[in-house]
Design a protein around this ligand. Structure first.
Ligand code: SF4
Ligand code: FES
Length: 227
């Protein structure tokens, strides 16, 4: 594998030619924030929190570090007024959907985001797709996927597969960047009223449907998953 030389935040970095900017930065000990990235999963570049400036061939562009490949003599800047503003606004938007997310809370502190800028619409899911990709790529079970498009997009478990596979797995839950762990709630809902969901959840009668509770924290406990 050939190596390329680039500069990240003024530091000379050597990276393998198939690396992304994010991978090269991480190998050089330079931190870039991510929301939808996981080292074990194929990058999709959907959240844009990892936006950096990349200068090559006389031009500078904003790119997603998790999907943009390194190249010889690339000059990368990971913090600037423009980058910080982008991360601030993205964090503000995501916080509307997952106000209790510890990751988003700390990003808000880092980039000076107004946690109440946008009207709260807590779906407890920021559609990062990590749970979906984990189930498809690592477990190869396809028990969870996306439904619909645009504003109606949401994750959904396939009940027939989830009933068979998910209770003893739940490995996607700890990947969820929202502390509310929407995947846990959606799994519960998809399994109702199948026999394995007959265990009562907080706030429901035995055999009744699962109910969303504040931040879904009680559902998290009900799934016996530790983060
Ligand atoms: S449930 Fe969590 S991991 Fe799955 S898409 Fe939503 S935010 Fe991402
Ligand atoms: S971490 Fe790069 S786009 Fe989400």
């Amino acid at each position: 594998m050939s190596e390329v030389s680039l500069t990240i935040d003024g530091k000379d970095v050597t990276a393998e030619e198939d690396m992304t900017i994010l991978g090269a930065a991480q190998s050089a000990g330079i931190s870039i924030p991510t929301v939808c990235h996981h080292d074990a999963l194929k990058p999709v570049g959907s959240c844009r929190l990892c936006t950096v400036e990349a200068e090559a061939g006389g031009g500078t562009s904003l790119v997603a570090a998790c999907i943009h490949p390194v190249s010889e003599d690339l000059v990368v800047t990971t913090r600037s007024e423009q980058i910080d503003e982008i991360r601030k606004v993205l964090t503000e938007q995501l916080l509307a959907y997952a106000p209790e997310s510890g990751l988003l809370q700390s990003l808000a502190e880092e980039y000076g985001a107004d946690k109440d800028r946008f009207t709260k619409e807590p779906s407890f899911c920021i559609l990062c797709g990590m749970c979906v990709r984990y189930c498809t790529e690592i477990k190869q079970k396809n028990a969870i996927g996306f439904l619909d498009r645009g504003a109606n997009r949401e994750i959904s478990f396939v009940p027939e597969i989830a009933q068979r596979e998910c209770w003893d797995c739940k490995e996607c839950f700890p990947l969820c960047p929202t502390s509310a762990l929407q995947a846990a709630f959606v799994l519960m809902r998809s399994l109702t009223p199948l026999p394995s969901s007959s265990r009562p959840l907080p706030g429901e009668q035995e055999g009744g449907p699962p109910v969303a509770v504040d931040g879904n924290k009680e559902l998290l406990e009900a799934t016996e998953v530790s983060k």
